[in-house]
Design a protein around this ligand. Structure first.
Ligand SMILES: Cc1cc2nc3c(=O)[nH]c(=O)nc-3n(C[C@H](O)[C@H](O)[C@H](O)COP(=O)(O)OP(=O)(O)OC[C@H]3O[C@@H](n4cnc5c(N)ncnc54)[C@H](O)[C@@H]3O)c2cc1C
Length: 397
């Protein structure tokens, strides 16, 4: 949509071909329907670094149409934004629909023709140029230049089924194997069901494989019916996937700001203040209510037991569970639950300023189809805005 709008704005005659009966199906579910448009990081280089090894490809696009430009693009089209925790830029209305409306309006003003329910089946090349695309209906669409923005393979129900990867391969491009990235984790522990819906803020999770720590981060997480999700887990999932299959354990520190001794002092103080209280009523300050019965069960402590009857051993077990609550990773869900696809069009075959293919003269790529994937928090849409804008601009020239 960004590419189409930009090319149209510069005077090109543009046709956007979309197989769904609506535009922006995935965009509407971003940020839980609130659309985390971008991340408030002003330096293109700093933003690009978040994409790891491949990040340098983005410096040019981020410099041309970066965070500042994206915010002003939407603000000037009536989409007010706000900055939330961790510098995430969100729609002030909490509605992704506003972002979609702004893009549709942008395209309408630029004279872009939109063709819905139009599935591209193949792309036909003649010599070193694409001649036409063929739709599922057999209809052929001829054009001078083509921009492929079919996304990755994540959440295929939204329309992102990876079709563009196959076309790119057929056109001679290398496609780095697409794998699901940024996913929740599935846990083995049966108690998970009891914790469903429990959200934990500012906790630390350390990840271990066969006793070796390979990651540790602080953030927010939530228990789901089968495991855990939330930004902290989703961002750790890439590292976890590399260690699987195997014995991967997550140790959750529920109070990362205090060390063992400080937590022990807090527990003892609470115990002293209410010696006749039942233990289950004495942990509210330290633990969320929903977690208390689960922790009591794992610690082997009767929830009704009076605080002054708790033994030193029991208190130590409790302390360990508060600082190192262990869960066992069973696996990761696939593309159905992945926020992003890792892998895609090999970047050395694409010009980083124009997004033009180095192999096919009149072909451009933009968005998630490229071999780029960042953490959660607005990074991945920023890739779409920046590369889409550059591709649209170059294709219009
Ligand atoms: C649940 C969820 C939440 C997310 N939240 C955020 C967030 O808050 N912030 C953020 O930065 N990122 C977020 N992302 C990631 C972000 O949504 C994607 O990176 C982004 O949508 C990719 O845009 P795209 O245009 O490249 O591809 P897509 O959005 O996948 O769009 C591709 C389009 O191509 C169409 N298409 C595919 N094949 C064909 C074909 N053969 N013929 C015609 N049309 C076709 C599809 O129907 C689809 O509409 C989220 C992702 C998910 C799944």
């Amino acid at each position: 949509m960004m590419a189409a709008g930009r090319a149209g704005e510069l005077g090109s005659r543009v046709l956007l071909v979309e197989k769904n009966d609506r535009l922006g199906v995935k965009l509407l579910i971003t940020g839980h329907g609130r659309c985390n448009i971008t991340k408030k990081i002003d330096s293109p280089r700093e933003m690009a670094e978040k994409f790891g090894r491949n990040g340098k490809f983005l410096i040019s696009a981020f410099s041309r149409f970066g965070v500042r430009e994206v915010i002003s693009f939407f603000e000037s089209r009536g989409v007010k934004t706000k900055i939330e925790k961790n510098n995430r830029v969100i729609t002030e209305s909490d509605m992704a629909q506003d972002v979609l409306n702004a893009l549709i309006c942008y395209m309408e003003k630029a004279g872009v023709e939109i063709k819905l329910n139009a599935e591209v089946r193949s792309i036909d090349k003649s010599g070193d140029r694409i001649e036409k695309v063929v739709l599922a209906t057999g209809e052929e669409v001829f054009a001078d230049r083509f921009v492929i923005c079919t996304g990755g393979k994540s959440y295929p129900a939204t329309g992102s089924t990876g079709d563009g990867f196959e076309w790119a391969k057929a056109l001679g491009h290398i496609v780095i194997r697409p794998v699901p990235s940024l996913t929740p984790v599935i846990l083995k522990d049966v108690f998970v069901k009891e914790l469903e819906g429990l959200s934990l803020r500012d906790i630390r999770i350390a990840a271990y494989k066969d006793g070796r720590k390979f990651d540790s981060s602080v953030g927010d997480a939530i228990f789901t019916a089968k495991g855990m999700s939330g930004p902290l887990i989703i961002n750790m999932s890439k590292g976890i996937s590399k260690e699987l299959p195997g014995d991967v354990v997550l140790k959750i520190d529920l109070v990362p700001d205090c060390d063992f001794t400080e937590v022990d002092m807090k527990i003892r103080k609470d115990f002293q203040e209410g010696p006749n209280k039942q233990i289950k009523n004495c942990l509210d300050m330290l633990l969320p209510q929903k977690l208390v019965p689960v922790i009591m069960k794992i610690a082997g402590i009767e929830p009704d037991k009076k605080v002054n009857c708790i033994t030193k051993e029991e208190r130590k077990r409790l302390l360990r569970l508060i600082k190192e609550f262990e869960v066992q990773v069973a696996g990761l869900p696939g593309f159905d639950k992945a926020v992003i696809t890792s892998g895609g069009i090999e970047l050395s075959e694409v010009d980083s300023k124009t997004m033009r293919s180095k192999l096919v003269k009149n072909l451009y790529f933009a968005g998630e189809i490229l071999d780029l994937d960042g953490p959660t928090g607005g990074y991945n849409l920023q890739v779409c805005w920046s590369t889409g804008y550059c591709a649209g601009e170059a294709a219009a020239m």
